[in-house]
Design a protein around this ligand. Structure first.
Ligand SMILES: Nc1ncnc2c1ncn2[C@@H]1O[C@H](COP(=O)(O)OP(=O)(O)O)[C@@H](O)[C@H]1O
Ligand SMILES: [Mg+2]
Length: 409
C-alpha cells in the first residue's frame, strides 16, 4: 500500500518506528509534514496540494497530529476523508480526544467507568459541584493539558475554590474530578489498535507525586490487562471514532475508570516497556483495513431527502415491549434497526426475530417522518418549531437603540 504518515517531525521515535515498520513490510511510505499541505475546495472536487504540488494518490494516511496544530491537522484529515482516502483515525475522533471535557461528554452516555466529573463557570456553583462529586480532595484539570501539566490535586474545598478561581481569572477552563484515591500515583495506558488492546503498561509515580505521567518521572511496567479493562479501552476508542488510541484508565475499586484518550499515542514508552512491536502492528492493521473503509454513516446516509439516522427508545409500557423487531412494524415502515443498545450490551445488526425489552434503544435508519411518528406525542409537539410574530414595539425599540449606539450616542 502507499501510506502517508502525517507528522511534523520525521525524526521523533514514533514517526521513525512507523516508517521503518512500513518499509520493512514492503510498503511505499512517505512522511508528510502536516503543515505543508494546502486544502482546496471546489464543487464536487475536494483536493490536496503538498508543497504546492498536487498530491499523488495514497491508499491510507496515519495522522500523528500534535496538540498545537489540532485545527489545521484535523482539517487536513477531514479533507482526506472527503477524498475517500482511508485515515487510521477520524478527524472527529481526533477533535473529541483533544479536550478532556469533550471526551468525557461523548463517553458519558455509554456504560463506561469514569471518575465523576463536573464543569462549572460561576463561582457560586463551585462548592455545590464539589459536594456532588463527593467532596475534597478533588483533582482539577485544564481542559487541554498534557503530560501532567495543569493537573492539580486540591486537598480541601477552600484550596480547590481558590485554584479554580485563579485559573478562571486567566481565562482558562477547568474541570473538577473526583480523586480516585485507591489509584493514587498509578494509571494504566492501554494501546488500542482496531478492536484489540495490543499492549498495556502501568505507570507509577515516584515519591509523593500523584501524577504518574512519564514526563513527571513516572516509571512504567508491562501489565496483562483483564477482560474488563480491555473491553473498556476498546469501546472508548470505538465510540470516539479512533482505531489507534492510547486509553488512560485509573484502577479503582469498582474497576477501570477512563481519564483520557490519546489519538496520537507515543510509541517509545510502550515499546520499550513491553518490548512489543507496536509500530508493526499498527502498519499491519492499516494495510488490512485499506480496502474496507469505515465511512461517516451520518454524513452518507442523510443525503437522500427525508431519510436519516435516529434513535428510537422503548420505554417501560411501550407497545413495542415483548414484540420482535419484525412484529413492531418498523421494517414495514421502511425503518432499519442498525444497532440495539440494551443496558451495557451493544447488539449490532439485531435479528428481526429479536424480542424488544423495556429500556432498549434502537439506532435506526429510515424515513425521518416515520421515525418521528414513533416519538410520543407530547415530546413531538414540543419539538415542532413554531414561528409567531414579534410584538412590534420591542422590535422598534431595539432597532432604535442600535442606531443610537452606532451613531456613538
Ligand atoms: N481523578 C483522578 N484520580 C487520581 N489520579 C488522577 C486523576 N486524574 C488524574 N490523575 C493522575 O494524574 C495524571 C495526569 O492526568 P491526566 O488526566 O492523564 O492528564 P494529562 O493529559 O496531563 O496526562 C494521571 O496519569 C493520573 O496519575
Ligand atoms: Mg494522561
Amino acid at each position: 500500500m502507499k501510506l502517508g504518515i502525517l507528522s511534523r517531525n520525521r525524526n521523533c521515535y514514533s514517526t521513525r518506528r512507523l516508517r521503518e515498520a512500513a518499509v520493512s513490510r514492503g510498503h511505499d511510505v512517505k512522511v508528510l509534514d502536516t503543515l505543508k499541505f494546502s486544502i482546496d475546495l471546489e464543487q464536487g472536487e475536494p483536493d490536496l496540494f503538498f508543497r504546492s504540488k498536487q498530491l499523488s494518490h495514497y491508499d491510507a494516511v496515519l495522522p500523528r497530529i500534535g496538540a498545537s496544530i489540532t485545527y489545521f491537522g484535523t482539517a487536513l484529515v477531514r479533507q482526506f476523508e472527503q477524498m475517500d482516502v482511508f485515515s487510521a483515525n477520524s478527524s472527529a475522533g481526533i477533535t473529541a480526544s483533544r479536550d478532556k471535557l469533550r471526551t468525557m461528554q461523548v463517553l458519558s452516555r455509554h456504560q463506561l467507568g469514569m471518575p465523576a466529573t463536573t464543569f462549572v463557570r460561576d463561582r457560586k456553583d463551585i462548592l455545590p459541584a464539589i459536594e456532588r462529586i463527593g467532596g475534597a480532595p478533588v483533582v482539577i484539570k485544564l481542559l487541554e493539558g498534557t503530560q501532567g501539566v495543569g493537573v492539580i490535586l486540591a486537598e480541601s474545598v477552600k484550596v480547590a475554590e481558590a485554584i479554580i478561581e485563579t485559573l478562571q481569572s486567566t481565562q482558562q477552563n477547568v474541570l473538577v474530578q473526583k480523586f480516585v484515591k485507591e489509584s493514587k500515583g498509578k494509571d494504566i495506558r492501554a494501546f488500542v489498535v482496531g478492536d484489540r488492546v495490543i499492549g498495556a503498561m502501568r505507570r507509577v509515580a515516584q515519591g509523593t507525586e500523584f501524577r504518574s505521567n512519564v514526563h513527571r518521572g513516572g516509571k512504567t511496567e508491562p501489565v496483562d490487562l483483564d477482560e474488563n479493562f480491555c473491553e473498556t479501552a476498546v469501546r472508548a476508542a470505538q465510540i470516539l471514532g479512533l482505531r489507534i488510541a492510547g486509553v488512560d484508565m485509573l484502577e479503582s475499586t469498582s474497576g477501570p475508570q477512563i481519564m483520557e484518550v490519546n489519538s496520537s499515542p507515543g510509541l517509545e514508552g510502550i515499546e520499550l516497556c513491553t518490548q512489543l512491536d507496536i509500530a508493526g502492528a499498527i502498519v499491519d492493521y492499516i494495510a488490512a483495513q485499506v480496502d474496507f473503509r469505515e465511512i461517516d454513516l451520518r454524513q452518507r446516509l442523510t443525503v437522500s431527502r427525508g431519510y436519516g439516522v435516529s434513535e428510537i427508545h422503548v420505554p417501560e409500557g411501550s407497545e413495542f415491549v415483548g414484540k420482535s423487531i419484525d412484529e413492531s412494524g418498523l421494517p414495514e415502515r421502511d425503518i432499519n434497526v442498525l444497532t440495539l443498545y440494551r443496558g451495557t450490551t451493544v447488539i449490532p445488526n439485531p435479528r428481526l426475530k429479536r424480542t424488544l425489552e423495556p429500556g432498549d434503544r434502537m439506532l435506526c435508519f429510515g424515513k425521518l417522518e416515520q421515525m418521528r411518528s414513533m416519538i410520543p406525542d407530547r415530546v413531538r409537539k414540543k419539538r415542532r418549531p413554531k414561528v409567531g410574530e414579534l410584538p412590534e414595539t420591542e422590535v422598534v425599540h431595539d432597532a432604535e437603540q442600535r442606531a443610537a449606539e452606532s451613531a456613538g450616542e
